[in-house]
Design a protein around this ligand. Sequence first.
Ligand SMILES: Cc1ncc(COP(=O)(O)O)c(C=O)c1O
Length: 393
Amino acid sequence: MRNDPLAYLSTELDSLKQQGLYRRLRVLEGEQKSDATFDGRHVVNLSSNNYLGLTTHPRLRERALDAIRTFGVGSGSVRTIAGTMDIHLELERRLAAFKRTEAVVVFQSGFAANAGTVSAILTKDDVVVSDELNHASIIDGCRLSRAEIKVFPHKDVGAARAILRGLPAGQRKLLITDGVFSMDGDLGALPGLCALAEEFGCIMMVDDAHASGVFGENGRGTIDHFGMHGRVDVQVGTLSKAIGALGGYVAGSRALIEFLYHRARPFLFSTSHPPAVAATCIAALDVLEQEPGLTDRLWDNTRFFKSGLQALGFDTGASESPITPVIVGDGTRAMALSDRLFAEGVFAQGIAFPTVARDRARVRTIVTATHTRAELQFALDVFAKVGRELGII
Ligand SMILES: Cc1ncc(COP(=O)(O)O)c(C=O)c1O
């Protein structure tokens, strides 16, 4: 009999189980909402990126259904062969106007947008100067590009400057940061980094996955929030979080977008969105422009919940957004906190190494515009009870 060549994977999994870090996938029954049923338990859901509740918005549902009736369910090809439909181009025009850039190209996901763009625009002769907490898709894009990677400590503009000063003036450089950091909920050092990019002639790139729909006028993102229009060469956004559907996009100059049409491998080698996804995203942009009250509610809820956690004595780190971590240090403890919260009716995912540093394990909470005050107060009461029980507060 042949030995299982993958046996080492089971050994790795056993080790995770021993450390209390093994996770089963929780299964959502029904809709992705602020109160939802996972694994048969009805919980207050603090784990989705559905910031504005658009996953179930009636206008988005209707537009998706209309698109299915009119265009069918699939695009049938990659964009560069037969898979570019009018509705894909309409979405890109709408996103370009929303982001106030010349052009936009949509990818199948935010991950593909980051990884596909960084790897397309750089070569092994170039260098990337990257915040240490940038998203995995940026890191993978950097690796795929084979450019030299220089990492600066989180948000440390001075350290980024010292790196740039040590590089040859003629070398092509990409300076890159998340707009909102997904595990800590703090904002990238955009004003300082944009100034550096100008001083050293860098390409400036921002991944605004968690900022679109959340920060800036009508949710235009951190570039709008900080007044940095025209100073960021490559903006990445996602359609998978506040927009409520699926996809990612790059906003920038017409030349950047046309270059990506020719060189970004996820764009070239993977089938385009079903028309219903594009239609849904267009409807989401209508909602962002016509229902600004949703963003106001998101921020009201954010202030209420974040200050509630802080008043209870939890360590919420440096969060400035609807993402509020509850940092407990050790990974096993974070998973125990998450499990106890779940048992009491609150779903907040535990996050440990390698997603965050070994001593910075946490439970991550994300509030949405559609949480009611009663749901958030219930969640705070449960956090208080379980936090005391586990000796965290
Ligand atoms: C900062 C950041 N960038 C990019 C992505 C990827 O976006 P998507 O889920 O659309 O692939 C995520 C999502 O996890 C993220 O948190």
